[in-house]
Design a protein around this ligand. Structure first.
Ligand SMILES: Cc1cc2nc3c(=O)[nH]c(=O)nc-3n(C[C@H](O)[C@H](O)[C@H](O)COP(=O)(O)O)c2cc1C
Length: 202
């Protein structure tokens, strides 16, 4: 596999996502946990392209996700055409940042290749793939943000129209990706009060 040059973070990503990776050592495990804890949504980007090797690493991470019955119902549309990115920004109220991103990856489910068997599980499958992609982006020094498509019918319709997707393909989200222009702080979310043990006792 051809990894882009670079930092420890990229090396960590390589360790994480190379298809031949074995069990991470304890040291690698801490790097994984730090990556998860420090990820945050990034909505402003440098005017700098994202290389093809890097895009492939994002997609490899996404496709490493678990899926119900291992159906892998996902399909990914990589968008680096500026006119299309502008159309996302114009058509999707909450995806305005797409206009300034060098790239967006649209995570879809291809129901024509997964008819019936996986039912509504595709939502979870494609969501797991999306989170893997967000974490991989962060590990490689990129910034990304999940912008919602499904289940909002008007957003699904808009994305289908922009990309020419058939009715059998459902866009779960549009994920603009780029090198961060700023340094947004991760939100602190740990909340022990959300954890119960052995049931829902008060
Ligand atoms: C299902 C889903 C839909 C989202 N839709 C949008 C969106 O349309 N636009 C946007 O800017 N962020 C969107 N987000 C990102 C959330 O706003 C963000 O994850 C949340 O505020 C927590 O911040 P963090 O990602 O920095 O931890 C979405 C996230 C999820 C999981």
């Amino acid at each position: 596999m051809n990894f882009p040059k670079t930092s420890g973070l990229l090396a960590a990503a390589a360790l994480l996502f190379a298809s031949c990776a074995g069990t991470p050592s304890q040291h690698d495990g801490q790097a994984v946990l730090d990556n998860i804890a420090s990820r945050t949504s990034v909505r402003t980007y440098q005017d700098r392209p994202v290389g093809a090797d890097t895009v492939e690493m994002l997609l490899r991470a996404a496709m490493a996700a678990p899926s119900a019955m291992n159906r892998q119902p996902w399909a990914f549309v990589v968008v680096d055409d500026k006119a299309l990115l502008q159309k996302f920004a114009d058509s999707l109220q909450y995806a305005k940042m797409a206009a300034s991103a060098p790239l967006a990856i649209v995570v879809c489910a291809d129901l024509s290749r997964n008819s019936g068997a996986s039912g509504d599980w595709w939502v979870m499958d494609a969501s797991a793939a999306s989170e893997n992609l967000l974490l991989a982006a962060h590990a490689m020094g990129l910034g990304a943000v999940w912008t919602g498509g499904y289940p909002r019918s008007e957003r699904v319709k808009a994305v289908r129209h922009i990309l020419g997707l058939p009715e059998s393909v459902v866009p779960l989200n549009v994920i603009p990706v780029g090198y961060p222009a700023g340094n947004p702080a991760p939100k602190q979310k740990w909340d022990p009060s959300k954890v119960r043990r052995n049931g829902w006792m008060e």
